[in-house]
Ligand binder design. Structure first.
Ligand SMILES: Nc1ncnc2c1ncn2[C@@H]1O[C@H](COP(=O)(O)OP(=O)(O)O)[C@@H](O)[C@H]1O
Ligand SMILES: [Mg+2]
Length: 233
């Protein structure tokens, strides 16, 4: 049976793309055929090497053409609804859901990277959370590892549940060796205590050169992949 994960974050630039790619590589390692979908991206041309779709394609080593990874792409570096308004395009949720179905038919596991966080508008009547709800898969929340993350992560988890989503876990991403923050050692515990959600791991900052090899290794070494796989089964 096809399964999937919807990857969201507590905000933009937190590491959804990097973690989605790392997850794809780590899942492929244990035998899953993994597909990736970025339903709406903005800020770059579809085939720009800096676009989420192209980064996902390169890092996760996906051979399918970029059109099979990204449904909607807008050049303006703003939230999807505004980017679509500027491009004078009406986003059709059925087109995204159809794309999900195509990937489901082709792969064992599909990873969907949201845009920004849950309360990001895709249309006037439709948010990222609404899309995640329609797709129906468990929600993986990416958050930063430093002071403030307990609040951001607990808020995201509680709103997700309020909207009928099923948050499966949290990955804290981007911890630097130079980070001097006494909360770091305790943030996972407080997130778990406050939101009753497992923190599956903390992924270190990989420096300026994020590669397939180092992101894959970072996932395997720092994320409880067994628990993650169990919660999508
Ligand atoms: N663990 C990490 N190590 C090094 N760079 C990272 C890491 N996580 C994210 N980055 C970098 O931070 C930026 C934002 O990450 P990205 O995955 O694009 O976030 P999002 O998809 O949530 O907007 C990118 O430049 C990315 O390469
Ligand atoms: Mg991204």
């Amino acid at each position: 049976m096809s399964k999937g994960i919807f990857i969201t974050a507590t905000g933009t630039g937190i590491g959804k793309t990097v973690i989605t790619a790392g997850l794809a590589l780590a899942l492929r390692d244990v035998g899953f055929d993994v597909g990736i979908l970025k339903p709406v991206q903005s800020g770059h041309a579809l085939d720009s090497p800096e676009s989420d779709g192209m980064i996902l394609k390169e890092l996760a080593q996906i051979t399918a053409p970029i059109e099979k990874i990204v449904t909607y792409s807008f050049p303006e570096p703003v939230a999807p609804q505004l980017a679509a308004e500027i491009a004078e395009v009406e986003i059709d949720r059925m087109r995204i859901l159809q794309h999900v179905e195509e990937l489901k038919a082709r792969h064992d596991v599909v990873l969907v990277e949201g845009a920004g966080g849950l309360m990001v508008p895709i249309r006037h009547d439709y948010s990222v959370a609404d899309l995640a709800k329609e797709i129906g898969w468990p929600l993986l929340i990416i958050a930063h590892p430093l002071l403030g993350t307990v609040n951001h992560t607990v808020l995201t988890t509680l709103v997700a549940r309020q909207m009928g989503l099923h948050p499966m876990g949290v990955i804290l991403n981007g911890l630097r060796e130079t980070d001097e923050d006494p909360s770091v050692a305790h943030n996972s515990r407080f997130i778990e205590q406050m939101a009753q959600i497992p923190v599956l791991g903390t992924v270190p900052w990989l420096g300026e050169d994020v590669t397939s090899q180092n992101v894959r290794q970072a996932m395997i070494q720092n994320v409880n992949m067994t628990a993650l796989i169990q919660s999508i089964n």
